[in-house]
Design a protein around this ligand. Structure first.
Ligand SMILES: [Fe+2]
Ligand SMILES: [Fe+2]
Length: 367
């Protein structure tokens, strides 16, 4: 419900080339308590004035020099598409054609000059009520949308935090530092972009990659942390981290968890079909699985683990290259080599304190 006070607080713009008409209408409105009445005699200024004073109603003369009221309404069409802005046409023309044309051009109502004071105020009040009601609804809608946007953002952030902590828990059990999953996510995104994945998919990939080994949470300590080589039975159990991870992440509606499930299941598949758990080969292995396989192995070789020293860049690359078409998708390996400067930059930015950084310039590989 719009109150009289709200109406009196509204902004009204009067457009008329005759100053006497403006003064008359202004005094009627001011005597009725309206506090924000603007006016102009120049119809060419209406559009910029509307942007400046943001009126809730325009009282518009039809017959004016330069451009007439119909043309002004034509100019206001674009603004009226975005906001509800009623126009009350003031005309001395009595004919039916002018009245119809005014309504067709976007006028909400019209008044004949000379006008009756009471009628003017009543018509203005009706139009203002509609305009202010519209404004209130639109403000409520905006604030509701903003609340929903903030809640969605909060929800997404909480979801990401839980997901990252879960990934860290798995890495921690494996005696690995948190930076392995950080570097790996960055490597995966860089390769993903080179494969023309959309930015949205790259973002999902970034958050899904850290969960590739989440299934290690289900592997017994005596196998996961065994210092020596695993025997055949232990190796069998160890391989199950892919299946366990996928199960942990299954049946989610979240695109991140869905992609994470796929990565957990397929990051140890090999291009030649000799990987696990399903011995998939070639492009039967989902792209994100193939990408993560390279990112994971590259980082494992090039960083310090409890059982090994970090390999130098040249040796790491030789190994990766020699496994192209065997372990890794050869097309992705070609891309990876081209992306090397970026990869090394990521390695440098997210290095562990005790992991040496590669230097592209000094590397004999590129020298
Ligand atoms: Fe793994
Ligand atoms: Fe890993």
């Amino acid at each position: 419900m719009i109150t009289q006070q709200q109406c009196q607080n509204a902004t009204i713009l009067i457009v008329d080339d005759q100053m006497t008409n403006i003064l008359l209408l202004e005094s009627i409105l001011q005597n009725a308590g309206y506090m924000h009445v603007h006016s102009t005699q120049d119809p060419t200024q209406v559009v910029s004035l509307v942007k400046d004073v943001k009126p809730d109603l325009i009282c518009l003369d039809i017959r004016m020099p330069q451009i007439n009221g119909f043309q002004v309404m034509g100019q206001l069409k674009i603004i009226q598409k975005e906001t509800y802005l009623p126009i009350l046409v003031l005309t001395s023309e009595e004919d039916r054609e002018t009245r119809l044309r005014a309504l067709e051009s976007g006028a909400k109502d019209f008044l004949h000059k000379p006008f009756d004071k009471i009628e003017v105020l009543m018509r203005i009040r009706i139009l203002l009520e509609a305009s202010l009601l519209h404004k209130t609804i639109s403000e409520q809608k905006d604030s509701l949308e903003e609340t929903v946007r903030l809640r969605t953002q909060e929800l997404k952030e909480t979801q990401l935090e839980v997901v990252h902590r879960l990934a860290q828990a798995a890495e921690h059990r494996d005696n690995e530092t948190g930076s392995h999953i950080v570097r790996m996510s960055h490597y995966a995104v860089v390769i993903g972009r080179a494969c023309n994945l959309s930015e949205e998919d790259c973002d999902t990939l970034f958050h899904a990659t850290p969960m590739h080994d989440v299934g290690k949470l289900g592997i017994p300590d005596k196998i996961l942390l065994k210092p020596g080589k695993l025997d055949a039975d232990e190796w069998e159990i160890m391989q199950q981290h892919t299946v366990i991870g996928a199960q942990l992440l299954s049946n989610s509606h979240s695109p991140i968890l869905q992609m994470a499930e796929l990565i957990a299941l397929t990051h140890h598949e090999k291009w030649d079909g000799s990987g696990y758990p399903n011995k998939l080969s070639g492009e039967d292995i989902p792209l994100v699985g193939r990408i993560c396989a390279i990112a994971d192995v590259f980082d494992a070789l090039s960083s310090r683990r409890c059982y090994k020293e970090p390999w130098p860049l040249e040796k790491t690359l030789q190994e990766i290259r020699s496994l192209s078409g065997i372990h890794f998708d050869p097309r992705l390996i070609e891309m990876f080599e081209e992306l090397l400067p970026v990869i090394i930059d990521i390695q440098r930015t997210h290095s562990d304190i005790d992991t040496p950084q590669f230097n592209l310039v000094e590397s004999s590989y590129l020298a």
